[in-house]
Design a protein around this ligand. Sequence first.
Ligand code: C2E
Ligand code: CA
Ligand code: CA
Length: 758
Amino acid sequence: MQSIMTGFLILLLAINSIMVFQLRDMKRTDIIRHLRYMALGVAGIIVPEMVILLTKDRQIAYYAFTFYYIALAWYAMMIFRFSVSYSGYQLFKVYKSPFVWITVIESAVLIWGMFSERVFTIAHAKWYDHIYWICRGFSMFYVYAIVSSIFLIGAVVVLMIAATQSPRIYRLKYSGVAIIIALMVISRLNSQIRQQPILVQVIGFAFGEIVIVYMAVHYAPKKLNQRAMQFVADKLNDGIVLYDDEHQLQFVTTGYSDAVGFKGIQGISNEEMYWTKIISGANVGNAWNGRVMSVARDDDTYYYEIQHMALNEDGKLIGTVYWIRNVTESIKSYGEMVCRANFDELTGIYNEAHFHEMARKLLEENPDTDFVMTCSSVEKFRVFKELFGQEKYDDYLIRTAESLRTGLVHIPHCVYGRIGEADFYIMMPKEAFDPQQFLDAIDGVANAYSTNNFNLIVKAGVYEITEPLQDMLAICNKASMACDSIKGDYGKQILWFDENIQKESLLKERYNAELSTAIEHGEIQIYLQPQVDREGKVIGAEALARWVHREDGLIPPAYFIPFFEMNGRITELDICIWKQACEKLKEWKEKGRDDLHISVNISAKDLYALDIYEHYVSLVKEFGIDTKNLKLEITESAIINDLKQHAHLVERLQEAGFEVEMDDFGSAYSSFNMLKDICVDVLKIDMKFLGDTENEERSHAILKSIVDLSGELHMKTIAEGVETEEQFEFLKGVGCDIYQGYYFSKPMSVADFEAKYL
Ligand code: C2E
Ligand code: CA
Ligand code: CA
């Protein structure tokens, strides 16, 4: 028991020492000085008590008692002096020496008693089954005890007077300390009168000191904070509303009703999260509904700039603050100029400049937080616009912005904006970023705009901002590079940026910059892949683009075609390829080989960028070739995009004598269904769409029925990607007309082709 108590006292001593240590750093006011002395006094009390608890030696115990009472005398006197200066009474400063002298005399008496044992005596006594040293005083001791109690009682009285004279919010500050000291006195008298060990009072004194330091130094009345806050808030003309975690109104500025322009503030406590509703339910048809949004009231429109902040602690929401500024005047008088500078007019969220600015600010203000930048972007948005019109497209953008607003409202430190035509950027703390949730949100909006004919696909790139100091444009670019690099890739919807993406993207940029000169210098060339009939006789070839780069050598189309399809420059390239094909056909014709045809690829983009019909008609005229020798491959997916219009184009091309092939037939969803609306001359089936299936029987059955069906619809079939003899034999068996693939030959340069087949 003794050792447990000693341990406990050591703990109190430690807390006490830490407090003294902390006080050392504070400004040296009288109060702080007194508190430090008091803390020393407590140490002077605890140490002898530990000796008393542990020793069996009566003499040592007696000395320890003496030191204990001396320390107690000084402690009591210091408490008194502390209370006086704490209460703000200057008067006693002048008379401080008498108190010191009284304590000196007390100490002297006790020291004298140490040798004569005439002040008190000690003896063993049992208390709660344990043996303790206890002290019995003689008359001299009572004089001493009364004097030191007077100090303590005096302290209580001074503090109580101060409490009654001070404003209400400060009462606890004084009366609290007074009560603590009163409890000390009571515990002291109690153990003295009932002849108990001094343990209880030591603990009381030590605790008392801790509470007093807290009250005097650290405690600031809560009401004072609130009053200060109210004071500041009242000075503002803005409305600030604070809700707690249960959406209960906690605080509102008096300026609120003026700021908001409503008649009175009644009702806002009932209208739970009134502003959240406005933010999330904002009528997006209005021009200024983002961070600045309009609210129609009393036949008038008000504009508010609303800042919204979720207060979090340990990742949990503890409250929400809305800072509402009525910007109606400025918006109306400045002709909405201010907002126009910062907000995207269509969606009401940040525009590029303001997004960059706010994101930069966020990074600077939170240097210890890891952030991610995301970029999300619609694939083929021009096609979407072409198909559904500007209005529908705008509607999609507005809906996306709206979903950002509602989805991100509770994520602290998050900014978002619309940049460019179709890209949305979000910057948020990495720990708040959930990729799946993010994609679900994106798809949620996009799916609503997809139809049978067009899938609205949104791709996303994410960049973890590892170097927050780099330019904001560079940060955004990295997210955007990651996003762009998966456009056209059906398997991927989101990609995190890494160095390779940057390299690849720089390479593409380079190719993009070099394309025109490459075309001029003849670096873009056709390679020919033979097409054979049932007997294996070459009857023509498909023209496939190759870039014979002066530095990088032969570049296969996979490196540049998808990219040029994306940015629209494919048309430039295709025109060049078609021309080369026509040149070749002309040459062959002159050599008497007009039995050979060349198939060229037409990209989906070409269908929008060019008048294909006009272009081809004038091409054959220019080169004096026969339309039947130039075959046109259009991919199934390109045709599906706008079936009606393309069916018409195909018809006209056929009337002019061209043979139109539907490339990659079977790769899209509704291949068969489409055939009722469009009539091409040839279906081109790529073996890879069937080749890898586990069930060979089934794919054979499908192939067979495609060939049968095409026969019934008076279309021919080409099988491409034929790699093995078995494939060839099977295809022959089902009645396929033309074959192309590595089994016969890889694509080869024109020179090689001519050497071999001409
Ligand atoms: P595509 O039109 O489906 O062309 C067939 C692709 O399959 C060619 O790839 C060809 O080399 C390859 N191939 C041929 N036989 C076999 C085989 O037996 N097995 C396998 N695994 N592959 C075979 P390439 O030349 O790399 O072209 C890829 C794609 O690039 C083409 O697919 C086409 O969509 C596009 N492309 C190529 N040249 C042009 C062009 O001039 N204009 C346009 N718009 N696109 C082009
Ligand atoms: Ca093709
Ligand atoms: Ca193909």
